[in-house]
Design a protein. Structure first.
Length: 131
């Protein structure tokens, strides 16, 4: 009976941590990084999280973290990152560009130089298109 109970417990744990792509889902280090970003506004580990998502082809999953940092902690530097992600994935979801522009404006209001530069370039290219 003990052996059957042990096998069933181990089997359940294996199924819970096994993804359909044969990838172990649990990663305590990445969970800690996510928590630090969300709960503390810690930007020091943002690059590590981004590289992890990018390696897996999931860099769009950074969007919630960037918006939390921009909205909750008023970190202006992530506003341009939101725009770049939106621009990269606009073919998949055109509404992302509206979000990207919204955060560019927010970053520009906070005097972020990257956001101001991008907005300036967008305005100039729109003026050239109109002529």
């Amino acid at each position: 009976i003990f052996i059957l109970i042990t096998i069933s417990i181990v089997g359940c744990r294996f199924r819970e941590s096994y993804d359909s792509d044969n990838v172990i889902v649990e990663n305590p280090k990445m969970d800690s990084i996510r928590i630090n970003i969300i709960m503390r506004g810690d930007t020091t580990q943002l690059l590590e999280l981004f590289l992890s998502y990018q390696k897996d082809g999931k860099d769009l999953e950074m969007l919630p973290f960037y918006t939390i940092l921009a909205d909750k902690y008023n970190i202006s530097s992530v506003c341009s990152d939101i725009y770049y992600l939106a621009d990269e994935y606009k073919a998949i979801n055109p509404q992302l560009m509206d979000l990207g522009i919204k955060y560019l404006n927010k970053g520009a209001k906070m005097k972020d130089p990257n956001c101001m530069l991008i907005l300036n370039n967008l305005n100039e290219s729109n003026l050239k298109k109109k002529k």
